[in-house]
Design a protein around this ligand. Structure first.
Ligand SMILES: Nc1ncnc2c1ncn2[C@@H]1O[C@H](COP(=O)(O)OP(=O)(O)OP(=O)(O)O)[C@@H](O)[C@H]1O
Ligand SMILES: [Mg+2]
Length: 387
């Protein structure tokens, strides 16, 4: 078949639909990067995903050799040679392609195959691992949210009742106390109130009642959160929105979703700090087909194409905190409860979605991935996702 997708063409990428063959269109709509490497290691073709991956336009990519794009001595170079020599396809998993130019996580699975129609040419497909890895990690977060559920239920009963007794007694004492002592009785009341507030926040975890769901426009939620933030804790921070207005509604609970994004925006503002003058929070929404989650113990695969991100240019999440980020009581703040992100993970999990974090200094992003509202009841309620 001579019209194979790998026939040398001047442009696969960045090309208008006009004149684009269906093979090119297919290649460009693939979520995975595909490049063709010529006999001297030069890049002869690249699809749109590859342009994004390397952050270089296709015409420019064609001026590079593969070895210029990957880390020095990368196994991908040997793989390409091996495939060229043997004429048989080879796969390699979990290869790190991070270079100083492309920082961040760049762990990929590599699929390398010869192009029989073009002797000496080899096609390389790169599949970013992070999506698969993210999902594994997220399922652990769901477990963490579950483990706090029983604790929350116990706390609510065992702490709130005695506390209200203590508070009542302090109020009684206050009536006959001297001014000095009144400071102490006030302290008891204030601290009791603080504990009740904390327990109240935890009670959300224990609440097993089904929540009301309705179609929610995520942009209305994000704008509401932005307004709240800008009139309070994020007054000094610039907000930048990048919304996809064609995004369909999600089936969710509006109040809970507000809580989710308020927690994320509050964390972003707190990371940026009260004195920063160049603080920025980006709110983005996008449609990303191809993100599918396999649920453990079930054959169902849920598609999570809706992506909502909160990004900030603060210092980033401390390295040692990352593996436990979504667990309850994980905090680096003197007055933080460490329940914000645990709550986010719980609510998004209940909605059948996942939340993930990628962080480096000045580029921290929390992404919420959600299913589409299809009108199919089971699928819309999370496809039997573990709660
Ligand atoms: N955008 C961010 N940038 C840097 N670190 C973050 C960010 N978001 C969260 N973190 C880190 O994760 C920790 C946990 O966040 P979480 O929201 O769960 O609790 P908290 O903010 O400390 O307390 P609370 O939300 O109860 O006020 C924070 O203490 C902070 O160290
Ligand atoms: Mg928080």
């Amino acid at each position: 078949m001579k019209s194979a997708p790998f026939e040398a063409r001047p442009h696969w990428s960045g090309q208008a639909a006009l004149g684009m063959s269906s093979a090119e269109a297919v290649l460009n709509s693939l979520p995975h990067s595909v490049v063709v490497v010529g006999p001297d290691g030069e890049i002869t073709d690249a699809n749109t995903a590859a342009e994004h991956f390397f952050d270089i336009s296709a015409p420019l990519l064609r001026r590079y050799k593969l070895r210029d794009l990957v880390p020095f001595g990368s196994p991908v170079l040997a793989l390409v040679e091996q495939v060229r020599g043997r004429g048989a396809a080879v796969n390699e998993y979990k290869v790190d392609l991070a270079t100083p130019r492309m920082s961040g996580e760049r762990i990929v699975d590599l699929h390398v195959a010869p192009v029989p129609e073009q002797p000496g040419h080899v096609v390389v497909m790169l599949q970013l691992r992070s999506i698969a890895d993210k999902m594994d990690r997220q399922l652990t977060h769901r477990g963490a949210a579950r483990s706090v559920t029983a604790l929350a239920a116990m706390l609510a009963h065992e702490i709130k009742n005695p506390l209200s007794g203590i508070r009542g007694a302090a109020q009684l004492l206050e009536q006959s106390a001297s001014d000095d002592d009144r400071t102490l009785t006030r302290l008891i009341c204030d601290e009791a109130d603080r504990i009740v507030k904390l327990v109240d926040r935890m009670e959300v975890f224990a609440d097993k009642r089904p929540v009301d769901r309705e179609p929610v426009n995520i942009h209305v939620v994000l704008e509401h959160v932005k307004r709240l933030a800008q009139s309070g804790f994020a007054r000094h921070i610039r907000f930048v929105e990048d919304y996809d207005p064609s995004l369909p509604a999600i089936l969710g609970n509006r109040d809970q979703l507000i809580q989710v994004f308020l927690n994320l925006v509050k964390n972003a503002a707190e990371a940026i700090g009260p004195t920063a003058t160049d603080g920025e929070i980006h709110l983005t929404t996008a449609f990303r087909p191809g993100v599918r989650l396999s649920l453990p113990g079930s054959k169902t695969r849920v598609s999570l194409p809706l992506e909502f991100c909160v990004k900030d240019n603060g210092p980033g999440v401390p390295e040692d905190l990352r593996p436990h980020l979504f667990e309850p009581f994980m905090t680096t703040k003197p007055t933080g409860s460490g329940l914000g992100l645990a709550l986010v993970a719980k609510i998004i999990g209940d909605h059948g979605g996942i939340v993930e974090c990628e962080s480096q200094p000045r580029r921290t992003s929390f992404s919420v991935l959600m299913p589409m509202y299809t009108g199919d009841d089971a699928a819309d309620r999370g496809g039997g996702a573990p709660s």
